[in-house]
Design a protein around this ligand. Structure first.
Ligand SMILES: [Fe+2]
Ligand SMILES: [Fe+2]
Length: 396
């Protein structure tokens, strides 16, 4: 199957979420959003600003996996039914956001909200920024379900398809939906954040989509999701630790519970890729190397709040400084996946496959060296306002 090359102007920011510093991203012409609001309003002025100032031009490849390889995914359906769907929790056994929130139907509701707000007062602004960024990332879930359904051979062809791949995607989405819902309600009740600005950011983000360069390839797609689930497991886990340090045990419990969902999802996706390595090591290792060469861009890399043209970079910098998700984590995840899939032990690869194997196995120490050099070069951190917290300033 011939694959298509589309010239594409991406709105990518120059840094993947807390990935190691990217070098020399090309900048291209700006493009502007048309205003749909009445003139004279404050919002119109904002919309006249460039929507995304840092854009990369790259060639967008679509449908890169040939038809006979896609057949492999159809042949795996029974295996997915028996080995992957077991990592979903039945709805009746799942936690729900309401389990962690004041009950609006109870007499004690107001008192419970008061207690929640008292606890939330102790959370510093930089932690709030990270929490909001994580919540916004979760809230862009429609984009992630769309992404999974771009993947050839595994997409949900009808919206209610009974293939195990499609069931997985829908039920995974349904589980994920609780994450943004819970964090959103918590932050709303806390009274510490500018909900309207946050809601605008979510709307912008869902409208922008994402550009992880997966080429409609399920090989690329499941490598990406393996990486991402582990990344979210790490960042929610670290946010839980911070919440605990600042005395908000309930919030720590919320973030910890979400982290454990992410861990379960990571198990399912890494198991899927493990299977791909077993049946098609060449294609899988080349997809792994390809995704790593492109760098794993984080799901919310196109975020924008109508004010800050570098919002994602700024959010990432705060998360890096607080140790919620760092360049070291990026290298650690890669190293973990190389070990999990025993990439260094693969044998019988083609010459190209061996090159890819060599590349991914040598990459973690290279990333660490780059990170160390970047740290040495790091200048005095700036302090900037975040609209999410009423323009209070936070150190990057
Ligand atoms: Fe999530
Ligand atoms: Fe997840």
């Amino acid at each position: 199957m011939a694959f298509k090359l589309n010239c594409f102007i991406s709105q990518s920011h120059k840094l993947p979420y807390l990935a190691f510093p990217s070098i020399g991203s090309p900048r291209s012409p700006k493009f502007y959003m048309a205003s749909t609001l009445k003139s004279g309003s404050k919002e119109v002025q904002n919309l006249k600003k460039p929507f995304m100032p840092h854009q990369q031009v790259h060639v967008q490849v679509t449908h890169s996996v040939p038809a006979h390889k896609i057949e492999i995914f159809k042949s795996l359906e029974d295996w997915v039914g028996q080995n992957i769907l077991v990592h979903l929790n039945p709805v009746e056994k799942c936690w729900q956001p309401q389990d962690f929130l004041p009950d609006p139907a109870s007499d004690g509701f107001e008192e419970q909200v008061k207690e929640l707000r008292e606890r939330a007062k102790e959370i510093p602004d930089d932690c709030l920024v990270v929490l909001v960024g994580d919540m916004i990332t979760e809230e862009a879930l429609p984009t992630y379900q769309t992404m999974l359904n771009t993947l050839d051979g595994v997409r949900d062809e009808t919206g209610a398809s009974l293939t195990p791949w499609a069931i997985w995607t829908r039920e995974w989405t349904a589980e994920e939906n609780r994450h943004g819902d819970l964090l959103n309600k918590y932050l709303y009740l806390s009274g510490r954040v500018d909900m309207r600005q946050i809601e605008k950011t979510i709307q912008y983000l869902i409208g922008s989509g994402m550009d992880p360069q997966m080429e409609n390839s399920p090989y690329h797609g499941f490598i990406y999701t393996s990486f991402q689930e582990r990344a979210t497991f790490i960042s929610h886990g670290n946010t839980a630790r911070l919440a605990k340090e600042h005395g908000d045990i309930k919030l720590a419990q919320i973030c910890g519970t979400i982290a454990s969902d992410e861990k379960r999802h990571e198990t399912a996706y890494t198991k899927t890729v493990e299977k791909l390595f077993e049946i098609d090591p060449d294609e899988t290792v080349m997809a792994f190397a390809d995704m790593m060469r492109k760098k794993i861009s984080m799901p919310a890399h196109l975020m924008y709040d109508g004010h800050d043209d570098n919002l994602f970079d700024h959010f990432s910098a705060v998360a890096q400084r607080l140790g919620v998700y760092t360049a070291k984590d990026y290298a650690d995840i890669l190293e973990f996946l190389v070990g999990r899939w025993k990439v260094d032990k693969l044998t019988g690869l083609s010459a190209e496959g061996q090159k890819a194997q060599d590349y991914v196995c040598r990459l973690p120490p290279r990333i660490r060296r780059l990170e160390e050099r970047a740290q040495v070069r790091a200048k005095e951190a700036a302090t900037i306002p975040f609209s999410w917290i009423f323009d209070r300033k936070v150190k990057l």
